[in-house]
Design a protein. Structure first.
Length: 72
């Protein structure tokens, strides 16, 4: 699994938002619940109230390997 240098800094995550993942276009999001890959590919999905933009990174063809859970 590759580690993306664009990965957001956990210290900037809102409290209780314990997941992050990157879409194929490079956008990273924080999630309150575990996201799932979108049906059409290229994106992660969660309830819209459980997803917030974190940062813009470089496009990533291996987006499906980017989901992370905050370490305890």
């Amino acid at each position: 699994m590759s580690v993306d240098s664009d990965e957001p800094d956990w210290s900037l995550a809102p409290p209780g938002w314990n997941w992050t993942a990157q879409d194929e276009d490079g956008r990273w999001f924080w999630y309150r619940m575990e996201p799932k890959p979108g049906i059409g590919g290229g994106i992660w999905r969660a309830n819209s109230r459980a997803q917030v933009f974190a940062r813009q990174g470089k496009p990533n063809r291996e987006w499906y390997e980017t989901m992370r859970h905050r370490e305890s």
